[in-house]
Write a protein that binds this ligand. Structure first.
Ligand code: NAD
Length: 419
């Protein structure tokens, strides 16, 4: 599968911030603050390898935590394990988190972390050792009222539970609210596992009503088949949509008759990839983009939709579950082609909103039902959609610019008076 272009994600995020600030009429001094991060740390993570050719030797991994803004509340944002993690990427992702928490209107700021590692090369004990080393390294700058991490690409509830445990060992007391996305038995929230896709589904429903698109008439292709992509595929399938294509890091499969996401996941769990499902031929990202469909949902990595391929897209609407999947230059091309883009900072905000619910439950020692969580999530996503669509209508700008305007206006209010 083609790897995303290595264009600077942070430069893209800054372009989006500046575009929105210009439309919103944000003063230059405020913009200057939003262009910079409050704090960025790089940490060394030595662990002893217990498997592979380096067994017995110490290997030193590199991790980052970027804290963009806490003007609206404690920093909030996931931790990514990936071989392509970079300082540029965590800077971009943490800026997007500040914008996203503002669009979702939750009292949290923006942060992000990452470790440069391909977790598939570690055995479970090494993965735990690395996660605990990362926690010890960033423990001084995280905490329930300081900075609250969560899962992202290649991190999961089990890793969140190790991080909570290690943080509590370092600080010497219970602190369930230090991290979200934990297993329910370890202080997690009901519904957090599917929250990103559930929130995206509500955002999509809002848009579909505006666009007059019905489930039976809407064919969907999804790029990425992990937490965000798989659960979106499942939710859409169960709601009567035809999911005609999914992909992972090895490639794509296409069946215009429709796929059953649960069965594709069973196949992936058995063989490591969606490829080969039901004897379907191997396809690529380019094949997915060229599909005559109504909805395309990137749910993998940054920059996958760029100047090399934006023109080939035939979908009517793109809903961004991934962060930063579309470059600003591709946005311009899509705009000209009248492809509607529902931007990441609105579309995938269900994840962080439910993380906020988890954090609240931990702080109040409460446990909400799954139905409570989804009811509150639907209200939050409808309010966010309504605020964004209103600005798009009033100012006649794209949903990306409108979401940016909603975010920078709220952030500007919060940093008023800070010099
Ligand atoms: P994940 O690790 O669960 O899944 C990632 C998926 O992407 C995997 O199926 C992987 O095979 C696939 N992938 C990797 N490279 C690919 C490529 N080149 N082409 C196609 N597929 C590829 O991660 P996730 O949590 O689902 O996150 C996916 C995206 O959603 C990221 O951009 C993340 O920041 C964003 N996001 C996730 C959450 C969340 O709660 N998990 C919340 C908001 C946003």
């Amino acid at each position: 599968m083609a790897q995303p272009s290595n264009q600077s994600a942070f430069t893209n995020a800054l372009t989006q911030l500046r575009n929105a600030a210009k439309i919103a009429g944000i003063d230059p001094n405020t913009l200057k603050q939003l262009e910079r991060h409050d704090r960025i740390v790089e940490v060394a993570l030595p662990i002893r390898r217990t498997s592979g050719p380096n067994q017995g030797r110490v290997e030193v991994f590199t991790g980052f935590r970027a804290q963009h803004s806490n003007a609206r509340g404690p920093y909030k944002g996931g931790i990514r394990y990936h071989q392509n993690v970079s300082l540029d990427e965590v800077k971009a992702l943490s800026l997007w988190m500040s914008l996203k928490t503002a669009v979702a209107n939750i009292p949290l700021g923006g942060g992000k972390g990452g470790v440069i590692v391909n977790p598939k090369t570690l055995d479970p004990a090494e993965l735990e050792a690395l996660s605990r080393a990362y926690t010890r390294a960033i423990a001084p700058i995280i905490g329930p009222d300081k900075d609250v991490p969560a899962p992202d690409v290649n991190t999961n509830p089990a890793i969140m539970a190790w991080i909570r445990d290690e943080y509590e060992k370092v600080t010497g007391g219970p602190a369930p609210a230090v991290i979200t996305g934990k297993p329910v038995e370890a202080g997690g929230s009901e519904g957090r596992d599917v929250a990103t896709s559930e929130g995206a589904y509500y955002v999509w429903e809002y848009a579909a009503t505006r666009l007059g698109l019905k489930p039976a008439e809407t064919r969907v292709a999804i790029i990425g088949f992990g937490n965000a992509g798989f659960y979106l595929a499942k939710r859409m399938h169960e709601s009567g949509y035809k999911v005609v294509s999914v992909s992972d890091s090895r490639g794509a499969i296409i069946d215009m008759g429709g796929l059953d996401p649960d069965k594709v996941m069973e196949h992936k769990q058995a063989g490591g990839s969606v490829l080969g499902y039901n004897g379907l031929p191997d396809k690529t990202l380019a094949d997915q983009l060229a599909l005559e469909i109504e909805l395309l949902a990137p749910a993998a990595l940054e920059n996958q939709i760029n100047t090399d391929n934006a023109d080939s897209i035939k979908a009517k609407v793109i809903i961004e579950l991934a962060n930063g999947p579309t470059t600003p230059e591709a946005d311009t091309i899509l705009d000209k082609k009248n492809v509607l883009v529902i931007p990441d900072i609105l579309a995938n905000a269900g994840g962080v909103t439910t993380s906020y619910f988890e954090w609240l439950q931990n702080k109040k020692s409460e446990h909400w039902t799954r139905q409570d969580v989804f009811t509150k999530l639907k209200t939050a996503m409808d309010q966010a959609s309504s605020a964004v669509w209103k600005i798009a209508d009033d100012k006649k700008v794209s949903l990306r610019k409108a979401a940016g305007v909603v975010a920078v206006q709220r952030l500007a209010e919060a940093i008023k008076g800070r010099v």
